[in-house]
Design a protein. Structure first.
Length: 319
């Protein structure tokens, strides 16, 4: 053990070599330092060039081009003062359609100004009278139809009907009236032909014409022009003109003969007095003298002669 202790002493470090305070501290391991990362320079934002709208002078040409010949659309585009306003309106309309857009309801409880603004925006006249006053070109309202249209205009305004819809209904109404009038005139012509054929067969052309003339003379002598026209154009419950009804016309012929019996017999020979009767009798007697055989076959002429002779005897003063 002595050799070991001596070895330890020989290996020991003298105390005067150690630094004060004890042995020096152990050297710390080197520290790893990460250098700071410098970010790359920021990319400058891309600046879009401003959209330059056409000048106002180009807008009419742009509207015309967009309308493609549609005058109504071109008029509607005049509401927009810039091209981008037109684009926005187009976009908004597409969105509304895709979302099932419903027009804004009429402000029933709004102010008069709000109601007027709504009507203006929806092409509704401001007053009922404007429907007729501002009706479209080519639509004519007759005097007889004005009360009907004025009444309809009041209803149309109460439900805020657009002027365009009112115009289309007016066109339909006029077309329907024309169709009905044409149908009535055609039916009148058919009825008139039926009556003419019936009476010509019964009376013969001359006597039938004389009866018609006598009836017209009676009406003109007893009624003014307007009343006479009203009677001649009167219609029955079935829509048939009264004077195209054979039964009515035959009764009127009889009434006219009762009022003026001579005019029918002498036809257009004169005034219907005794002198006219004599003149017509002379014409008939001349026919008989010229050709007795033909006269015997002239039944209408012989009948007229007999009636005239009978009439003349009734006209003779009683003794």
């Amino acid at each position: 053990m002595k050799w070991f202790q001596r070895y330890r002493l020989e290996q020991a470090v003298p105390s005067d070599v150690l630094p004060p305070g004890g042995p020096p501290p152990a050297t710390p391991p080197p520290t790893s330092v990460t250098p700071p990362v410098t970010p790359p320079p920021a990319t400058p934002p891309v600046v879009e060039p401003p959209v330059v709208s056409p000048v106002a002078a180009d807008l009419p040409a742009l509207r015309k081009q967009l309308a493609g010949g549609d005058a109504v659309l071109e008029k509607e585009l005049e509401r927009y003062g810039t091209p981008d306003a037109i684009g926005k309106a187009f976009r908004e309309r597409g969105v509304r359609i895709s979302q099932g857009f419903k027009p804004e309801a009429f402000p029933d409880k709004g102010t008069d100004e709000a109601k007027a603004a709504w009507r203006a925006a929806n092409a509704v006249p401001s007053a009922a009278a404007d429907y007729v006053a501002k009706i479209g070109d080519g639509i004519v309202i007759g005097e007889a139809d004005k009360p009907t249209f004025e009444s309809f205009a009041a209803h149309a305004h109460s439900i805020n009907m657009p002027q365009g819809t009112f115009n289309e209904i007016a066109k339909w109404y006029n077309g329907l009236a024309d169709e009905r009038q044409a149908a009535v005139e055609e039916l009148d012509g058919t009825h008139r032909t039926e009556v003419d054929d019936s009476f010509i067969k019964e009376f013969g052309p001359a006597e039938y014409r004389a009866n018609k003339n006598n009836l017209q003379a009676m009406l003109s002598a007893n009624f003014d022009e307007a009343t006479t026209a009203a009677l001649l154009n009167a219609r029955g419950a079935d829509g048939r003109a009264l004077f195209n009804n054979a039964a009515v016309l035959k009764g009127m012929f009889q009434l006219a003969r009762t009022v003026n019996p001579m005019s029918t017999l002498v036809g257009n020979a004169g005034t219907g007095d005794a002198k006219s009767v004599d003149a017509r009798l002379a014409e008939l007697q001349a026919l008989r003298s010229k050709d007795v055989t033909a006269w015997m076959k002239n039944e209408p002429g012989r009948k007229e002669e007999r009636e005239l002779l009978e009439l003349k005897s009734r006209m003779a003063p009683s003794r």
